[in-house]
Design a protein around this ligand. Structure first.
Ligand code: NAD
Ligand code: MG
Length: 389
């Protein structure tokens, strides 16, 4: 592999889709990484199996009720076991050389912030944490000297295309979007979309929540906010372009008229590898890109009348303060309600808009404020969903 020194690594959300892709790369590069901590929500058996396989020093399950099970599953392995939200934060605070933040949702915010405070490398997949915390997180990165590397394929592409160029040279950053499984559905048909249809993404295999976000285009909305914080070029120099093949992962246009794009297969191991090896490069088992086979790359403007989520996200960035955290929290609750069969597909984004329209709390100034805004917005979303059912 292309790396010389062994790096310690912690994977927050080790049992998920990004966690599995990360550990697959660790597995394929023996000697390159030493696993410090692995965490999961409640999947004790899966977590214990991974902790044993990778000889992790610590395994943490977020659900405090599962501690005894985890201890039993790790008996004789020498892996330390812990449970609960504080243990999750402590695992992140161990300051591995690289912490992969791959928990889904705002639940990952506190541990991600704890990893950032260590001033090492944080490979961020958990976009909801950055969307919610915004400047609170970017300020912590600046203060601690941490290196925040984007795992999200679009942001990883932009990071690579920026290649250290100053923001003032950038004319436009284009985030590409597959358009999701309902890209070509009519507005009438969208109303009846089911959870099973929504989680079946044409190009990517991902966790349930982000799959639904792709279907509503809220994923691209969250990514717009994520890009706003990661690449300070201003909202007016960020745009979204639908690209059904998901081969061009994003692009940067410079003031001289040059546009740089990053292309690759639709496999998250490519952007994850770029973070794990950064600033070097490492091998992945991904099939090389065969453009002759793919044949055509097409692009079109997003349709915000059928998919209003990206408009809401842009408005939330412009409103600033608590708006992105409220948008994210409302979306998490509405997506869970949709997956549970409680609300229809188009109600997801309608709920988010309704909650945002009911006014905003004051701008959060610290992590505790963000968590309070998130909590409050979740309660308001539940209240907002009840009467319309
Ligand atoms: P997933 O649902 O497959 O996995 C989520 C992980 O987080 C699991 O390990 C789970 O145990 C853990 N987790 C869930 N809820 C938790 C909680 N309350 N407390 C502690 N741990 C919890 O999700 P995923 O698809 O791997 O996505 C993870 C993150 O990466 C998300 O923020 C997603 O938006 C982002 N992302 C994913 C992809 C992808 O291809 N899957 C691509 C880009 C970005
Ligand atoms: Mg993405």
């Amino acid at each position: 592999n292309g790396m010389s020194v062994q790096r310690s690594i912690t994977v927050l959300g080790a049992t998920g889709s990004i966690g599995a892709s990360t550990l697959d790369l660790v597995r394929r590069n023996p000697g390159a990484f030493r696993v410090e901590a692995l965490t999961a929500h409640a999947q004790v058996a899966e977590l214990a199996a991974l902790a044993r396989e990778f000889s992790a020093r610590l395994a943490v399950v977020a659900d405090p009720a599962r501690l005894a099970d985890l201890r039993a599953a790790l008996a004789g392995s020498g892996v330390e076991a812990a449970a609960g939200p504080e243990a999750l934060v402590e695992a992140a605070a161990r300051g591995a050389d690289i912490t992969v933040a791959a928990i889904v949702g705002c639940a990952g915010l506190a541990p991600t912030m704890a990893a950032i405070e260590c001033g090492k490398i944080v490979a961020l997949a958990n976009k909801e944490a950055l969307v919610s915390a915004g400047e609170v997180m970017t300020a912590a990165v600046a203060r601690s000297g941490a290196t925040l590397l984007p795992v999200d394929s679009e942001h990883n592409a932009i990071f690579q295309c920026l290649a250290g160029n100053a923001p003032e040279h950038v004319r436009m950053i284009t985030l590409t979007a597959s358009g999701g499984p309902f890209r070509d559905w009519t507005a009438d048909r969208l109303v009846h979309a089911t959870p099973a249809e929504a989680v079946k993404h044409p190009n990517w295999s991902m966790g349930a929540k982000i799959s639904v976000d792709s279907a509503t285009m809220m994923n691209k909305g969250l990514e717009f906010i994520e890009a706003y914080h990661l690449f300070p070029v201003g909202v007016e120099r960020l745009r979204i372009l639908v690209h059904p093949q998901s081969i061009v992962h994003s692009m940067v246009e410079y003031r001289d008229g040059s546009t740089l794009a990053q292309l690759g297969p639709s496999d998250m191991r490519v952007p994850i590898a770029s973070c794990l090896a950064w600033p070097a490069r490492m091998d992945t088992p991904c099939a090389p890109l065969d453009l002759a086979e793919i044949g055509e790359l097409t692009f079109r403007r997003p349709d915000e009348s059928r998919f209003p989520a990206t408009r809401l996200a842009r408005e939330a960035v412009l409103a600033g303060g608590a708006a992105p955290a409220v948008l994210n929290a409302a979306n998490e609750i509405a997506v869970a309600a949709f997956l549970a069969g409680k609300i229809g597909f188009t109600r997801i984004v309608a709920c988010v808009e309704a909650v945002l329209d009911r006014g905003l709390p004051p701008p959060p100034a610290c992590l505790a404020d963000v968590i309070a805004v998130d909590h409050e917005a979740r309660l308001r979303t539940h209240a907002c969903m009840e009467p319309v059912r």
